[in-house]
Design a protein around this ligand. Structure first.
Ligand code: B1M
Length: 213
């Protein structure tokens, strides 16, 4: 049964069909599927296939946009259904997508899972300049600053964030965590970030570690 729903979710995203994605997301949840599994094994597989088709020139920007719209709707429905866990570790996290990058589907999933795990989260959106990450972290009283990037060209903004924190004498005040499809542990080490997470679940684990370190 779940395999059929995952397949339908992949198809809905490949077709860029928002109505179908909405229906599959709601049906999957009604049938008792785990929202994170529905996202990981269904919708995310679909959008990854769309990305591969786009990269190899077998799908074009307008279709990518329709698929993204279907993905955004499914994400919204599924995020609202992620059950809240009892928080054993608490802390404040500011999360955004770096300047020059409008990809925010993954960042939004990360924010939802952080909230579901009891962290206080300030989502500062996408295309966020480095100064705003720092300013918002200061105002929010954050413990952790999390940045997401999907473009290789904007990865440099995560490095700039580390540098600006140092310049402002604030690097020791915050822990930093980086993520996004092109980001790796090696990149995190190279720029001096405190943690790297490959997906939202890994992000929760890493934030807990940072808060108890
Ligand atoms: Co674009 N795009 N896109 N895109 N897009 C990619 C990233 C690309 C890899 C596609 C490809 O060519 N295969 C490619 C980048 C190539 C590169 O940099 N080397 C690309 C390109 C080129 C572009 C444009 C330049 C296209 C153009 O205009 N010609 C343009 C850029 C605009 C800009 O930002 N300035 C563009 C635009 C778009 C849309 C707007 C149409 C849409 C985004 C809509 C939106 O986000 N609201 C879009 C989409 C949907 C994609 C793909 C297909 C899917 C991204 C996604 O949502 N994945 C993507 C291909 C791909 O990545 N496979 C692609 C699903 C999401 C759940 O995964 O975001 O990786 P992800 O998040 C994961 C983990 O990475 C991690 O956890 C998340 C959940 O598991 N994670 C974190 C992420 N952030 C984290 C932060 C953390 C911890 C973990 O802590 C803080």
């Amino acid at each position: 049964m779940s395999e059929k729903i995952f397949k339908e979710a992949i198809e809905a995203i490949l077709k860029g069909d928002t109505d179908k994605a909405t229906d599959v997301a709601k049906r999957g949840l009604d049938e008792g599927l785990n929202p994170i599994e529905l996202m990981d094994k269904g919708f995310i597989q679909g959008i990854n296939q769309v990305g591969d088709l786009f990269e190899t020139g077998r799908l074009f920007l307008p279709q990518l946009v329709y698929s993204a719209m279907a993905m955004e709707k499914a994400t919204e429905i599924i995020n609202a259904a992620i059950p809240e866990e009892k928080a054993l570790v608490t802390g404040k996290v500011v999360v955004g997508t770096v300047e020059g990058d409008v990809h925010d589907i993954g960042k939004t999933i990360v924010v939802s899972l952080f909230k579901a795990n009891g962290f206080e989260v300030l989502d500062i959106g996408r295309d966020v300049p480095v100064e705003r990450f720092i300013d918002q972290a200061e105002k929010f009283g954050a413990h952790i600053i999390g940045s997401s990037t999907l473009l290789t060209t904007t990865m440099a903004m995560q490095k700039q964030l580390e540098q600006e924190l140092k310049k402002a004498g604030l690097r020791e005040k915050y822990k930093t965590i980086v993520g996004g499809a092109p980001v790796t542990q090696r990149w995190a080490d190279r720029i001096g970030a405190d943690a790297y997470a490959q997906d939202a679940g890994d992000g929760v684990k890493k934030v807990k570690l940072l808060l108890t370190a």
